[in-house]
Design a protein. Structure first.
Length: 104
């Protein structure tokens, strides 16, 4: 699960996965941009955009306890082909087509 520890130590985590030939999937796309294989998780831009409407409603007087819980509705997939090649993985075309971003 993504947390501060994982974010702070992501270089070591990505390196350990690569060194041990482990195809790891992360919840946040910046892990892939730093050399990880694949990420799949809520789109952070969409999450923050939706949170802004909650802030607006609270500033206009709504009680936070009266607001409904919202779950992510938009997810993103990012894939690093160079990492996949280094791990000896062949990525199916269906995954490449579904990915929101493919890093070459």
């Amino acid at each position: 699960m993504p947390d501060v520890f994982m974010n702070v130590h992501r270089s070591a985590i990505i390196s350990a996965a690569a060194r041990n030939n482990v195809p790891a999937v992360y919840a946040q796309s910046f892990f892939v941009r730093d050399g990880g294989l694949l990420s799949y998780g809520p789109d952070p831009v969409d999450v923050f955009r939706r949170a802004a409407s909650y802030v607006d409603r609270i500033l206009r007087g709504a009680k936070p306890s009266d607001l409904p819980v919202q779950f992510p509705t938009k997810f993103e997939m990012v894939l690093d082909r160079k990492t996949a090649k280094a791990l000896g993985l062949a990525i199916p075309p269906s995954i490449l087509l579904r990915a929101d971003e493919v890093i070459e």
